[in-house]
Design a protein around this ligand. Structure first.
Ligand code: SF4
Length: 392
């Protein structure tokens, strides 16, 4: 794949609507005076409009790290209550390191991308072992921890220690892409966007600068309808100058996500308990609990699928009864439709053939177990059904 940035950016230099960015012509691209102006205007704007977020009140690298990981794939307003609860449950790195994985996954329940929680837990244990429980301050050490890449390391080290480390998260990518009117999807110009982020970073105030550019992306240079007229960078922004800000960043053409139809069983026993299983550690949603089931084969009915899957995966016989709910859910690489049925246990002792553990639980106790989001909807449907039955 050709590296575009410098060439691509040079291409913009020949456009009729020139501004000072266009005259940049080598590694740094931006003339020093423009860089200085971009820094100053951004920091001034940040002084007035920067967000007051809970993790910004802390200089504890552990707390900042937790926030950075939560924010990787989740929006700020969703993260705040999780972050606060997390620090109550695991106030220190050592408290996290000695916690049970189930507690950690439970605290993460609903945030999605559970590898993040497993990696946080593992990394905390690594830090206890290899760094005597002290969060490392060296970029190389930080990037060796599971779940921490270059931008997360930059975010943590600049926020906690004011180290001059650039960042390139989704917000920053979008802002920079528009600033230089990048004519290719950002994925194809990552090295150049990093270079631009490095070049712009205010090395005297890296903490504030990084937070400011993230805030700019989150509150002004938003994905749809950026508020260019209130943007401190509009004087230098190539996309704005060309009136193409709404068209950038250019999208990667994506194939539609494959879809799987899944038959899911809520298996009841005579004591009014439900059977749940814990997924294997490896792979999607590893370590979380779920209602058992599996993929509907071509030509198979949902009921037949459930009966077959339960026999294969748990070694028991069931009868498949009433339909409970249909849940649609999209993961990053595929979509699923869960077709859920009430079932009754007929014979056999459940065995953990395709999972790590099985357990009979009551609807009251079920909240102690971490479940993926789609399964939480099933629990809610069960509760709702219980309430409706009570009412009648
Ligand atoms: S001027 Fe508009 S497009 Fe350019 S950085 Fe500001 S908000 Fe984004």
């Amino acid at each position: 794949m050709p590296r575009t940035p410098i060439n691509a950016l040079k291409a913009t230099a020949s456009q009729p609507q020139r501004n000072s960015l266009d005259r940049a012509d080598d590694r740094d691209r931006l003339p020093g005076s423009v860089v200085v102006n971009l820094r100053e205007t951004l920091l001034l704007w940040y002084g007035h409009f920067g967000r007051d977020l809970p993790w910004r009140q802390s200089r504890d690298p552990y707390a900042i790290w937790v926030s950075e990981i939560m924010l990787q794939q989740t929006q700020v307003k969703t993260v705040i209550p999780y972050y606060e609860r997390w620090l109550t449950l695991f106030p220190t790195l050592s408290a996290l390191a000695i916690a049970e994985q189930q507690q950690v996954l439970k605290a993460w329940e609903g945030l999605g991308y559970y590898a993040r929680a497993r990696n946080l837990h593992r990394a905390a244990q690594d830090i206890m072992l290899r760094h005597q429980g002290v969060f490392p301050a060296s970029p190389a050490d930080v990037m060796q921890l599971p779940g921490i890449g270059r931008t997360t390391a930059g975010g943590i080290l600049s926020a906690a220690f004011d180290q001059p480390m650039a960042i390139l998260d989704g917000n920053v990518k979008r802002v920079l892409t528009r600033l230089v009117a990048l004519p290719v999807p950002p994925k194809r110009a990552i090295a150049d966007l990093w270079q631009l982020s490095e070049a712009l970073l205010d090395r005297q105030q890296p903490r504030d600068f990084n937070q400011a550019i993230m805030d700019l992306g989150a509150t002004v240079c938003m994905p749809h309808q950026p508020l260019c007229s209130s943007c401190p960078w509009n004087g230098h922004c190539e996309a704005y100058n060309q009136g193409i800000q709404a068209e950038l960043p250019m999208a990667e053409t994506r194939a539609p996500l494959p879809h799987k139809s899944i038959g899911v069983a809520v298996i009841w026993n005579d004591q009014g308990q439900i059977l749940i299983d814990r997924r294997r550690q490896e792979g999607l949603l590893g370590g979380l609990w779920e209602f058992p089931g599996g993929k509907v084969e071509p030509g198979e009915t949902v009921e037949a699928c459930i009966q077959r899957e339960i026999r294969e995966e748990l070694g028991i016989e069931i009868t498949v009864g009433d339909h409970l709910i249909v849940v649609d859910h999209a993961y990053s690489h595929f979509r699923v439709t869960l077709n859920v049925h009430h079932c009754r246990h007929v014979s056999g002792e459940p065995q953990a053939i395709e999972c790590d553990e099985v357990r009979w639980v009551t609807l009251t106790d079920i909240d102690q177990y971490p479940f993926p989001k789609a399964n939480v909807q099933i629990i809610e449907a069960l509760r709702h059904g219980e309430t409706s039955t009570d009412h009648h």
